[in-house]
Design a protein around this ligand. Sequence first.
Ligand SMILES: Nc1ncnc2c1ncn2[C@@H]1O[C@H](COP(=O)(O)OP(=O)(O)OP(=O)(O)O)[C@@H](O)[C@H]1O
Ligand SMILES: [Mg+2]
Length: 357
Amino acid sequence: MHVTRLKLANYRNYKVLDFEPHPGLTLLFGDNAQGKTNVLESVYLCAVGRSHRTNHDSELVAKGEDAAYIRADVLRGGIDRRIEVRLMRNGRKQIRIDGAAIARMGDLMGCLNAVLFSPEELSLVKEGPHARRRFLDVLLCQTSRAYFYSLVSYQRALSQRNTLLKAMREQDQRRSSQLEVWEEQLALHSTALHTARKGAMERIAPAASALHERIAGGAEALTLRYKGDLYGRELKDMLAANREDDIRRKSTGRGPHRDDFSVVVDGTDLRAFGSQGQQRTAALSIKLAEAACMEQMSGEQPVLLLDDVLSELDSGRQKRLLETVSDRQAILTCTSPPKGVRAEKRMCVQGGVLFPE
Ligand SMILES: Nc1ncnc2c1ncn2[C@@H]1O[C@H](COP(=O)(O)OP(=O)(O)OP(=O)(O)O)[C@@H](O)[C@H]1O
Ligand SMILES: [Mg+2]
């Protein structure tokens, strides 16, 4: 699938934009703060209904204007579709597909699949487990509604149990039966979370390793390993056994909300010991594996939105990365176009205007 045309009006620093990305690689280059990321953000918005940078839609409306308009024309399996988003200054949002307003955000999912890599994605390898759990949750929620509901139910039970723990003192026997109610819920939903995450990791880990080997030119080997905590019956027993500890700590110590996966290159944990280029290569490989996973599930290649991914990569890695994504639509931003890189289309971004090179 690919975006054939993107139109913007009063979006961020764009008064108007009418832009036809190439079905292959389009390079957007220009100085800082000219509007490169804004273009990627607007495409991503059409894919998932929200920005990757802010939860406040009104920030996307150009300063001094009342409303922003974003339109993406998408070609998928020979069929043209038009996604239109209208954002009002007061925060209201209206989304249309082929002219018809959608009732729920869920109706937008799958019209345009996009995977965005922004510098923040480095948190996948640089930060604590939270970023990696979120990565799995976002991928699984996008592809399975059942997962979404299990996750919501699990989180609700967790916060109920934690609230109760905070209100309890040690050896407070009266309330253990209340705790047990939530422990049963946690155990019940934990199994669905565990099974889905394990399944996703089984697909992502080998794909990420293969991509990483390709981009790093065989210089290093990446291994991802799912570290799932207890689930099901074992979780229930453990929670019951750990009540005293949990009351003292006032939170639930075990369960899928503690899941993680390790990111290891050549036997060393990247989080502690990776160079910047290694961390970036690994994070990119994980995101590209996500794209491959999405493609398996939907049968369509997602559009790749690559924000400033080339910096910190040596020229060999840059070249091999671009070869890896050359079979699909990718829009890539950079401050200065790298030498020796072949792109089907190059545009210079300056003050919210795109100029052909
Ligand atoms: N709501 C808005 N109205 C007008 N201008 C805005 C709005 N939001 C952001 N901008 C402007 O958009 C510009 C930033 O655009 P963007 O983040 O796309 O830059 P960039 O080209 O990706 O830069 P960098 O190379 O630093 O990443 C800034 O000049 C900012 O002031
Ligand atoms: Mg940017």
